[in-house]
Design a protein around this ligand. Structure first.
Ligand code: ADP
Length: 333
C-alpha cells in the first residue's frame, strides 16, 4: 500500500521521498496524534527506555510510513524497514530482530500480511525482547533462546480489522490516521512547492487540494504533475487554471475522481439507470474484477456520497447524477 514509501524512505530516485517530512514538526495535520506521540517520546527518553510499540492504521498515503521515519529521528535512533508481505518464514524475521540495537525502531509495513507462524515470534519479541527458535527436526530438534536488545516495533496497516487480537494488544500505542482537510492539504502543497522550487499561490494549492481525495500522497503526486505540465506548457508558471487544465488532462476531475471512478458511475447510471445493481454485474459490464471495484473505486465514491450500498445493490445518488450531468430517472420509492 505504501508504494514509493517503505522501500526508499529517505531519498533516492523516488520523487515523493524528497517531499516526505524529515521531522515531526514538518508534518501537517494529525495534531492530536502528534501530541500524544510527543508525550510518549518525551517520557521514554526521560526514563531511558525504548518507546512502547506503536500501531498505525488508516488508508494508504496518509502518513503511516512518514511517522515511522520521523519517530526514530526524534528519538535519535535508527530504523529498519520491513514489509509484512516479504516475511514468509520465521527465518525472514531473524535478520531484522538480530540487528535491532537498544532503543532502535523496527518498522513493519502492511503488518496484517505477516503470516500466523511468524506472528508468534513477534509476540515474545515484543513482550520479552526474546525469541525461541527451533533448529533441526524431530528428535534432534533444539530450541535456541535468543535475547534481543529492547526495541520499538512500529506496525502499519490499512486493515486494522485483519490483525489478530493478541498482536493488536501488544501495541501500547495505537493511532488511527484520518483524512486531511482541504486546508491541511493546501498547506502541504504550498510547503512542497517550495521544496520543488515552484511558486504555487493559495488558489492553485486549493485546486490541487480539492482533487486529492483528502490524501497527502495524492496531493504530492498531483503537484509533481502540475509542475511538469507548467514547465512544459507555461514556462513554469502555475495558477489555478493551469492546475485545473493539468489535472483535467490526466482525467482527474474537480471532485478528485479519476477515469475509472467516472467509468463506474457512468456504467451504473447509463446501463443500470442508477441502480440498484449488483457489484458483480457492474464489474462484468466494466470488464474489471469486483475486488478492484470494491477496494479501489467504491470507497471514495461512498465517502463522496456519490454512491450508496443498499441491500438490493449499488445505487447512484442524486449528487452522482448531477456530477455526471445526467437526468435522474423517476424511481418508484
Ligand atoms: P502511508 O505509509 O500511510 O501509505 P506515507 O507516509 O508514505 O503514507 O505518506 C505518503 C506521502 O504523503 C509522504 O511521502 C509524504 O510526503 C506525504 N505526507 C504524509 N503525511 C504527511 C503529513 N502529515 N504532512 C506532510 N506530508 C505528509
Amino acid at each position: 500500500t505504501s508504494a514509493g514509501g517503505a522501500e526508499d524512505p529517505r531519498g533516492g530516485s523516488d520523487p515523493d521521498a524528497k517531499l516526505r517530512p524529515q521531522r515531526m514538526a514538518e508534518m501537517v495535520g494529525q495534531q492530536d496524534v502528534i501530541e500524544r506521540l510527543r508525550i510518549a517520546i518525551d517520557a521514554a527518553q526521560v526514563r531511558g527506555e525504548p518507546l512502547g510499540h506503536i500501531l498505525f492504521d488508516g488508508p494508504p498515503g496518509l502518513g503511516k510510513t512518514t511517522f515511522a521515519t520521523v519517530i526514530p529521528t526524534e528519538m535519535n535512533t535508527t530504523v529498519q524497514m520491513a514489509n509484512g508481505a516479504g516475511l514468509k518464514a520465521p527465518r525472514d524475521l531473524l535478520p531484522y530482530l538480530t540487528n535491532v540495537s537498544k532503543g532502535s525502531v523496527l518498522f513493519i509495513d502492511e503488518i496484517h500480511r505477516v503470516p500466523r507462524a511468524i506472528e508468534e515470534y513477534l509476540y515474545t519479541a515484543m513482550e520479552d525482547f526474546r525469541i525461541d527458535i527451533v533448529l533441526g527436526e524431530g528428535v534432534n530438534a533444539r530450541t535456541l533462546n535468543l535475547s534481543l536488545e529492547p526495541f520499538t516495533l512500529i506496525g502499519a496497516t490499512t486493515r486494522a480489522g485483519m490483525l489478530t487480537a493478541p498482536l493488536r494488544d501488544r501495541f501500547q500505542i495505537r493511532e488511527h490516521l484520518g483524512w486531511y482537510t482541504r486546508k491541511e492539504l493546501g498547506e502541504i502543497v504550498q510547503r512542497n512547492s517550495k521544496k520543488l522550487n515552484i511558486e504555487v499561490d493559495p488558489d492553485s494549492a486549493g485546486v490541487i487540494a480539492d482533487r486529492s481525495r483528502s490524501t497527502p500522497r495524492l496531493a504530492n503526486n498531483r503537484l509533481l504533475w502540475v509542475r511538469d505540465y507548467a514547465q512544459s506548457k507555461a514556462n513554469g508558471n502555475v495558477d489555478a487554471k493551469i492546475c485545473g487544465d493539468a489535472l483535467d488532462m490526466i482525467g482527474i476531475d474537480g471532485l478528485g475522481l479519476d477515469k475509472q471512478d467516472r467509468n463506474y458511475l457512468d456504467t451504473l447510471i447509463r446501463v443500470f439507470l442508477g441502480g440498484p445493481a449488483g457489484l458483480d454485474a457492474i464489474a462484468h459490464t466494466m470488464n474489471v474484477s469486483s475486488d478492484t471495484l470494491e477496494d479501489e473505486v467504491e470507497p471514495f465514491l461512498l465517502r463522496s456520497e456519490l454512491l450508496v450500498r443498499t441491500r438490493r445493490g449499488r445505487l447512484a445518488t442524486p449528487k452522482a447524477f448531477e456530477h455526471m450531468n445526467r437526468e435522474m430517472p423517476d424511481r418508484p420509492l
